[in-house]
Write a protein that binds this ligand. Structure first.
Ligand code: ASP
Length: 339
């Protein structure tokens, strides 16, 4: 044993010879407990507190002192703008301190990629930030949460992890927040970076990196949450054959600032045209799950911004931040080309 981990929650003394990692907890399956070990679905019988996470993973004490901030403890479907801003500001404050090596965030996997991409765009530090979740509850037979959490701290403490922006770690695999998506409803290998692949692996001998994201992020990002208390409302419209105009019309009536649409129909196209005439910003994404929406003179001429390879839920995150700076179509397109 190299030392004793200190947590704000437990108040244990810090081991001075170890680095300190800021742990932010938000909940999700990684902090869920079923009534018994075989319960692998509908396991929300109890929540696992940050104290329990650490007490149940004593090996972390050999790696680092953990400075814990509990942001929340619920499923990731409950994450709000307020949660995102509080989390981002908390991470920025922690990473500004010279004695913090990096940050780990526990999160439900359902919307994990949205929070991770948001942080990728607004964290103001080159220090590593890893967002971690689990596909099996903390209480399950063969649970994946403890190893994912352990590997996340290992990743943060790996010198090569610096400057790579926000990362996502499950199943021994390190992904860039820009490219990762949850690709399967149940499997532990659910997170994938389609087309570009993961950036590294948390292997038994060491954490290795083979790639890094080249799109703008963290220190090279123009977005700043310091003075923000809210973000412009943006919703997603999902297209299909004979998709009606009703969702777009309802969103315009609800006074959204932006709409991201993933495929359309003639009725949707017409409704979006009317929405833009009323000042709503529109981004074209796609429902296919991989590939770029190509930049298009025709779409640009209509006032539509194309979303590159961002899926709709991540295009929504970028549009919300972009709308804190500009509503101008050319500027919005530049932002979608660069991030
Ligand atoms: N329902 C959970 C959530 O997104 C799923 C998970 O964490 O795996 O919070």
């Amino acid at each position: 044993m190299l030392g004793i981990a200190a947590t704000a929650a437990t108040g244990l003394a810090a081991a001075t010879n170890l680095p300190t990692v800021a742990l932010f907890t938000t909940g999700g399956t990684i902090q869920s407990a079923g009534a018994h070990r075989q319960k692998l679905s509908e396991y929300s019988d109890g929540r696992v507190s940050p104290d329990q996470l650490l007490a149940d993973l004593p090996e972390l004490k050999d790696l680092a002192n953990l400075q814990v901030t509990e942001i929340g403890n619920a499923g990731s479907g409950t994450v709000t703008t307020e949660t995102l801003l509080r989390l981002a500001k908390g991470i920025n404050t922690a990473l500004a301190s010279t004695n913090i090596a990096g940050a780990v965030v526990t999160h439900g996997t359902g919307t994990l990629e949205e929070t991770a991409y948001f942080l990728h765009l607004v964290v103001r530090s080159a220090k590593p930030v890893v967002v971690v979740g689990a596909m099996r509850p903390w209480s399950a037979i063969s649970r994946d949460g403890p190893l994912n959490l352990y590997n996340s701290v290992r990743t943060v403490l790996t010198p090569e992890a610096s400057g790579k922006g926000v990362m996502v770690l499950l199943d021994d695999t390190v992904h860039s927040a820009r490219f990762v998506t949850k690709g399967n409803t149940t499997r532990v290998e659910t997170f994938v970076s389609r087309e570009v692949g993961p950036i590294g692996y948390a292997d038994a001998d060491r954490v290795v990196f083979y790639r890094q994201p080249l799109t703008r992020h963290t220190l090279r990002s123009e977005f700043d949450v310091a003075s923000l208390t809210n973000l412009p409302p943006v919703d997603v419209v999902y297209g299909h054959q004979e998709a009606s105009a009703a969702p777009v019309q309802a969103l315009v009536e609800a006074k959204v600032a932006g709409i991201v649409y993933a495929d359309g129909s003639p009725a949707v196209t017409k409704a979006l045209q009317a929405a833009m005439a009323q000042g709503v910003s529109v981004v074209q994404s796609d429902r296919k799950g991989s590939g770029r929406v190509l930049q298009s003179e025709r779409q640009f001429g209509r006032g539509v911004v194309t979303g590159d390879s961002l899926n709709p839920q991540k295009a929504r995150i970028l549009l919300r931040l972009a709308l804190t700076r500009t509503r101008e179509v050319r500027e919005l397109q530049r932002i979608f080309n660069e991030y």
